[in-house]
Design a protein around this ligand. Sequence first.
Ligand SMILES: C[S@@+](CC[C@H](N)C(=O)[O-])C[C@H]1O[C@@H](n2cnc3c(N)ncnc32)[C@H](O)[C@@H]1O
Length: 285
Amino acid sequence: MNIQEILASTEAFFEKKGLSTSRLDAEVLLAAYLGCDRLSLYTKIENCIPDKKVKEFHAWIARRAQGEPVAYIVGVKEFWSLDFYVDNKVLIPRPDTEVVVEEVLRISGEFMAEDIKLLDIGTGTGAISVAIACERDNVSVVAVDNSLEALSIARENAGRHGVAGSFFFICGNLLEPISGKFDIIVSNPPYISEREFEKLPVEVRDFEPQDALIAGPEGTEFHRSLIAGAKDILTLGGWLVMEMGAEQGDAIENMLRETGVYDRVHCRRDYSDIERVVMARRRLW
Ligand SMILES: C[S@@+](CC[C@H](N)C(=O)[O-])C[C@H]1O[C@@H](n2cnc3c(N)ncnc32)[C@H](O)[C@@H]1O
């Protein structure tokens, strides 16, 4: 079969299985399988692929048809224009999370320090803090996750992008293993409520790690713990920046205000116009 025929038959099969991005998925999978980029598929569209290779590719097609995300099959996901290694032990980084990176980079401009201390709670693939470290060479990162597998992936991603020297990795529960002070605490914690979890698409619900997604009955359990703990380890004037779900903004802003120790409490929308990031500054007094 040539590339054109493989693409056409894969797309038709995915369509029959109800996948909404059948052509794109076919292209991304085949390009990754052949070790080229998507554009190259079209410059070599008449090239024949040996039967043995086509048969092997069928295993990838079958995985995708069962709902497995493309990123887990190809082992990589682009975030902040960087390639992150992923497997089913970590949440696949989402484009929405890039606004978290944007906010931390903006805030980091407020600090004159030669060494800005950043704490990333629930680092997963390391997407947020690796992207930040790639942009700022005056940031040192402590990255925490309660999953050892996730930490080993984050370490690999930091190495892949040449910033491992700025990282210290710790396995533990939220802020429990942390001592010392930080200028910025960033987190994309689990924030799906138990009720919402049941309604998630199969791709997410059946394939991504539940521990990376579910956060109690309201979805704000982790934000509450982080708000309570962060106030003691943020430097005065330091920032807490957290990703959140749509419609969690009011509740989380209230939690921040109730402590009486944060100011400049506000939310930021993502590029789909959904409130996505909540942040606050540790009061100076
Ligand atoms: C929503 S994912 C975010 C991953 C990554 N930061 C990102 O933005 O793509 C949440 C992460 O928090 C981790 N996690 C869940 N519960 C935790 C806990 N109690 N302490 C530390 N990390 C936790 C999960 O393993 C997962 O990697």
